[in-house]
Design a protein around this ligand. Structure first.
Ligand code: ZN
Length: 128
């Protein structure tokens, strides 16, 4: 398979998905969330808590959406302030499968994603 190269201008924004275990690391996730809101509030969009698994995510998480101009500052801060949690940073293009499985990168360990679901989404959108 060849790598699905894209024009960087096709990236419409970024997500950071912050994974936690409701039984053991929710306090860490809560501290990280408070720090994000204190430092980046108004510049990022912090999503709801998802203890229940949602979309292609097979672990509890919340999402932080941000725009490209904030990438360097936010991702650099996350790299050294993630409270030991696993974080997926991925761009947003028109292909959810590529965004999550190919273009994204992980801080900490990799969490499982529902690859088949992402493939279906990409196919349904006609963006193979
Ligand atoms: Zn996402």
């Amino acid at each position: 398979m060849s790598f699905p190269n894209r024009n960087p201008d096709d990236v419409t924004g970024w997500h950071a998905h912050i994974y936690y275990d409701p039984a053991t690391t929710k306090d860490d996730a809560s501290r990280l969330r408070a720090n994000i809101e204190a430092l980046f509030g108004g510049r990022v969009v912090v999503g709801r808590w998802h203890d229940e698994h949602v979309g292609p995510h097979l672990a509890s998480m919340y999402q932080v959406a941000f725009q490209a101009p904030l990438f360097a500052e936010f991702v650099q801060w996350m790299a050294v302030n993630r409270e030991g949690l696993d974080v997926l940073v991925h761009p947003l293009t028109d292909n959810a499968y590529n965004d999550h499985m190919i273009f994204g990168f992980w801080m900490g360990g990799k969490q499982p994603l529902d690859e088949a679901r992402l493939k279906r989404i990409a196919v349904h959108a006609g963006r193979g």
